[in-house]
Design a protein around this ligand. Structure first.
Ligand code: GLN
Length: 481
């Protein structure tokens, strides 16, 4: 049991010393998943074949061969990232039986380093949501308190890491879906700069916002995974050809006195009192460590949610047009002609939130309203981007709470989409600008629920995010050094 609590580097050390075999770790993990995941429901699919792969790593160790960077490390994958031969459903009935014939680029890169895919994790259907309650296959629960949500939409991934039912996970973040559930589950989750990681094989939600990123138990593991999955990919023309920093090596760099900006707009109204207090404690720690804290302003902050929900739904309505019962997935059984087949397939295959977003997205793109909504939203997006650009002329990093609230109860917001949408108030602007940001677990509330802090850096400066996070983590709990 204790073994499952280890980070990737500690596990690698045990393999090296031959203190435990990869096949033993995988069997233990599978046993634990079957025993404990009944309550949490972080997994939609468990990969039994993982054990054969682990046995091959056993043999390599036996023969004294060197292991690759992730060899024998079990990793879970959000179910909107294509895995060859392993079902990929987006937690939707419409893709219930879909088995991709190819691997996403991030999966190929993990496999090249020897990672073991242990299973596919639950999510809000098509990544639409903030609680993982929108899954067509039932919700995931927060491992810290089973009455509470794990956040979303990558709630299955963050819950699987937080409950030690894998050693790390990959999620996707369109408006906060890595950072918000990482905050709710008390794990480290990064949304890289748009273009840093290939989206090839990620089932698209909103193509101008989506990014894949690692979710881990500690910062060092996150740096390792990010290094492996980052970089130009010829299969994704929006991936950028900028050299990938050695994030691991950079962790120990002394960056001197960083200037940290605190946007005043993130501390007004609605924010939970305990979260606010804890964030101020973090500021004090950073100040004591020699950082310079400065108040800044991001004046268009309040427009973020409205802008995001126009752009994200517009892109989603277009991306989801491909699910029509012809090429893949579910097809209705009762139809008389082609049009009826499309309509019934989509009517029966999509859940409520997916339909809501397709309707909203189609509306904002319709010829009569395009200028009033979509075009306007794109202009506001530029204003939000300019706010951040101005701010980064003054400071190196921006610090905010990751979420305005603690993990809420299942059912609490499910019937009130607007309330649910507000969960992302501190994360969506980062996606609208394309900037990178990370969630670091920083504390617990009085009722023992995790609280997270978010760092945002300039474009392609993930190494600074990780470096600062590593320092904070060591300060708070010793980390995995
Ligand atoms: N919760 C946000 C939404 O519902 C963000 C989702 C995401 O990042 N995939 O759209």
């Amino acid at each position: 049991m204790e073994i499952l609590k280890l980070g990737i580097f500690q596990l690698k050390e045990l393999y090296k010393k031959k203190e435990v075999k990869p096949s033993e770790v995988v069997s233990l993990l599978l046993e634990e998943i079957y025993r404990r995941d009944k309550d949490i429901h972080s997994y939609l699919y468990i990969n039994e074949k993982a054990i054969d792969q682990a046995k091959r790593v056993d043999e390599k160790i036996e023969k004294g061969e060197d292991l690759k960077e992730l060899e024998g490390i079990p990793i879970s994958i959000k179910d909107n990232i294509c895995t060859k031969g392993i079902p990929t459903t987006c937690a939707s009935k419409i893709l219930e039986n879909f088995i991709p014939p190819y691997d996403a680029t991030v999966i190929e890169r993990l496999k090249e380093k020897g990672a073991i895919i242990i299973g596919k994790t639950n999510m809000d259907e098509f990544a639409f949501g903030s609680s993982t309650e929108n899954s067509a296959f039932g919700p995931t629960r927060n491992p810290h308190n089973l009455e509470r949500v794990p956040g979303g939409s990558s709630g299955g991934s963050t819950a699987s890491v937080a409950s030690n039912l894998c050693f790390a996970s990959l999620g996707s973040d369109t408006g906060g879906s890595i950072r918000q559930p990482s905050a709710f589950c008390g794990v480290v989750g990064i949304k890289p700069t748009y273009g840093r990681v290939s989206r090839y094989g990620l089932i698209a939600f909103a193509s101008s916002l989506d990014q894949i990123g690692p979710i881990t138990k500690n910062v060092k593991d996150n740096a390792l995974l990010l290094k492996i999955i980052s970089g130009k990919d010829k299969m994704d023309s929006t991936s950028v050809d900028i050299e990938v920093c050695d994030y691991l090596e950079f962790l120990n760099k002394d960056l001197g006195k960083l200037k940290i900006g605190i946007p005043k707009e993130y501390f007004v109204g609605g924010i939970d009192k305990e979260i606010r207090e804890k964030i101020f404690e973090i500021l004090k720690i950073l100040e004591e460590r020699g950082m310079i804290i400065e108040e800044i302003s991001l004046p268009h902050t309040d427009y973020g949610i409205a802008t995001y929900y126009i752009i994200a739904t517009a892109e989603a309505s277009s991306n989801l047009a491909r699910f029509d019962g012809v090429k893949y997935g579910y097809r209705s059984k009762n139809y008389e002609n082609l049009m009826e087949m499309y309509m019934k397939t989509r009517g029966e295959g999509f859940g409520e939130e997916v339909k809501r977003r397709i309707i909203l997205g189609t509306y904002v793109l319709s010829s009569g309203y395009y200028e009033a909504y979509y075009l306007k939203a794109q202009k506001v997006r530029t204003l939000i981007k300019n706010d951040f650009e101005q701010a980064f002329k003054k400071v190196d990093i921006i610090l905010t709470p990751t979420t305005p609230e603690l993990p809420f109860k299942l059912g609490e917001k499910k019937d009130d989409p607007l309330k649910m949408y507000l969960s992302d108030i501190f994360t969506v602007n980062v996606n609208l600008t394309g900037l990178p940001a990370i969630n670091i677990p920083c504390s617990f509330s009085s009722n023992k629920l995790p609280i997270g802090v978010q760092f945002i850096s300039p474009y392609f400066k993930e190494e600074i995010l990780l470096n600062l996070s590593y320092k904070l983590e060591n300060e708070l709990k010793g980390g995995d050094k």
